[in-house]
Write a protein that binds this ligand. Sequence first.
Ligand code: NI
Ligand code: MN
Length: 261
Amino acid sequence: MKKMTLMVWVVGVSLLMISTLIFAEEIGKGAKITYLGHSAFRVISPKGVILYIDPFLSGNPKTPPDMKTVERADLILVTHGHGDHLGDTVSIAEKTNAKVVGIPELGRYLAKKGVKNVIGMNKGGTYTSHGIAITMVHATHSSSSTEGDQIIYTGDPAGFVIRLENGFTIYHAGDTGLFGDMKLIGELYRPELSLLPIGSHYTMDPKEATSAAKLLGSKYVIPMHYGTFPVLTGTVEEFLKLMKEVPQAKVLVLKPGETIQ
Ligand code: NI
Ligand code: MN
């Protein structure tokens, strides 16, 4: 009897350990992905490289107060020049000496603002730093920076495919409408995780983002660019409902400040 109890206990504990391991391995394979509200994300790679994508933080009503300032960053990726994406890029770069990756016209604009480590790249290109491969891809949107009554051209808007050291691949769509070549992004880069705007008005709405998820074929989708301002009317509830049509993808709804790993 005693032996039997011990066996059940050992088997039970082993199963628990195995399931914990599988669950822990499931999403980021050692990467930590934190949603900072709107389209801002922090990714900490398995080897500890810190990336920020579209770090709109200090002026972002959704960013938790304790996450509005950045102490360390290795790479900052900026999809386009609009203020709700460019955000705090200049001040974070100044403080952390991070490399800032963006399209060349946006890069020149940032260099003029005093950013020292600007990496200007263009669509179709891949830039590798710290063992992380960053591919710039298409986005259908506009891009500029506004200073007073002046509109400054900051090149084309873009998206990024980020391949971490362990192969885990993330697609950040930036601000975009739906486009058919998302299918090619899915086929070529096989992003396990896609970050898709759903708020409508300036970008895709939940219906279009659902089509995007179908084209991309990602295992996980995180909705972004919704709820920040009243004009962004697309909701997570609607997206979750529509995404039932895409059973291969799991929608991860992150509250600002929440991390998946
Ligand atoms: Ni925009
Ligand atoms: Mn935007």
